[in-house]
Structure formats: structure tokens, C-alpha cells
Design a protein around this ligand. Structure first.
Ligand SMILES: Nc1ncnc2c1ncn2[C@@H]1O[C@H](COP(=O)(O)OP(=O)(O)OP(=O)(O)O)[C@@H](O)[C@H]1O
Ligand SMILES: Nc1nc2c(c(=O)[nH]1)N=C(CO)CN2
Length: 167
């Protein structure tokens, strides 16, 4: 079995369509989808707000590397180009965690080395897995509570937007 947590985000073009493309592409592997959040840009690059969500997937036939390749396939389908690090993008799919896997391969670091510092990952993840933990980092509820108030306030739930397989 291979259960994974993916963080998805978009701040260019039709943001909801790009997030929806991920769900359609992952299809039956999707076991949970978080609410959608409008989030202030994280990092040093000035850019527009993102829509972010977290997707939990499970497929016995897909290993950690397989989830990374599926993430890349989604990014390609959204016309993603690789230019500025932490810059704007049509679609970003990060592998946050794969159950039972720790990796320091630079092409796939697990758990994702910055996930526990990002309110745009932690808030939606805790919506679908309130007891979420990362190996070596403890409970994610505590990690979110430890972030500056300003970062947490920059993550605003959009109840008018709903992500689901088949949309
Ligand atoms: N857990 C992971 N999930 C996704 N990509 C990873 C992971 N660990 C390492 N990488 C590598 O990171 C590279 C850059 O990915 P990407 O362009 O999405 O980074 P980013 O979203 O700008 O920054 P960040 O990694 O901080 O989210 C990818 O080519 C990929 O091989
Ligand atoms: N709020 C938010 N900020 C970001 C995001 C993202 O998905 N959400 N992705 C980035 C790409 O590395 C850089 N900054």
C-alpha cells in the first residue's frame, strides 16, 4: 500500500481548473480532498495569491517515486514551465509525505523539507487529517500553531470553491 499526501497550488490562469485537473488525473486514487484556500504568496518572490488544497491519495501500485512522476504529469498537463524558484506557476504539486517513507534523494526529499513551515499546506492538511504527523517533526497541529499569526491569517478558506473528482 502507498498512501501519500500531496499539496497542490496555482496562482496563474484558471486556478480552479488547474487544481481540478489534478483530481481528474489521480481519479480513483483520491481518498480525501481538503477545502480550497486563498493564500498569500509564501517566499521571497512578489506574486499573486494562490489557491491551495491538499489531496490524500492511496494506490497499492504506486510507490513514492510513482507519486512524484504523477505530480510532474499533472504539472505538465497544466502547461507548467520551470523558471523562477518559488515564483508564480499554473500548477505546483508537491509530495508532502508518503506513509512509511523517509528519503534524502534531492529529486524526492521525504517528508517534504518545507511542508511543516507552510500554513498553506498545514491548514488544509489538518482539515482532512486532524491527527497528521510527520516523521521527526511531530504533530502538524503544533507546527501550524507555532507559525507566525501573519502567516496563518494569510490562509483564507474559500467555501464558494469546491474541488471534487469529476469536476
Ligand atoms: N517532496 C518533493 N515533492 C516534489 N518535488 C520534490 C520533492 N523533493 C524534492 N523535489 C524536487 O524539487 C524540484 C523542484 O520542484 P518545484 O519546482 O516544484 O519546487 P518549488 O515548488 O519551487 O519549491 P519547494 O520545493 O520549496 O516547494 C523537483 O524537480 C523535484 O525533483
Ligand atoms: N501561498 C503559496 N505560496 C507559494 C506556493 C503556494 O502553493 N502557495 N508555491 C510556491 C511555489 O514554490 C511559492 N509560494
Amino acid at each position: 500500500m502507498s498512501r501519500a499526501v500531496l499539496s497542490i497550488g496555482s496562482n496563474l490562469g484558471d486556478r480552479m481548473a488547474h487544481l481540478g485537473l489534478v483530481l481528474d488525473s489521480l481519479g480513483p486514487a483520491v481518498v480525501a480532498v481538503s477545502p480550497v484556500y486563498e493564500t498569500a504568496p509564501w517566499g521571497p518572490v512578489p506574486q499573486g495569491d494562490y489557491l491551495n488544497a491538499v489531496v490524500v491519495v492511496d494506490d497499492p501500485g504506486v510507490d513514492a517515486r510513482g507519486w512524484l512522476e504523477r505530480a510532474w504529469a499533472c504539472e505538465r498537463a497544466a502547461g507548467r514551465t520551470r523558471d523562477v524558484r518559488w515564483g508564480p506557476r499554473t500548477l505546483d504539486v508537491d509530495v508532502v509525505h508518503v506513509e512509511g517513507v523517509v528519503s534524502d534523494d534531492p529529486e524526492l526529499v521525504l517528508p517534504h523539507p518545507r511542508a511543516h513551515e507552510r500554513a498553506f499546506v498545514l491548514r488544509p492538511w489538518l482539515d482532512v487529517e486532524p491527527a497528521a504527523e510527520l516523521p521527526g517533526r511531530g504533530p502538524m497541529a503544533a507546527a501550524l500553531a507555532a507559525l507566525p499569526e501573519e502567516e496563518r491569517a494569510g490562509v483564507r478558506r474559500r467555501d464558494d470553491l469546491v474541488l471534487a473528482v469529476g469536476h
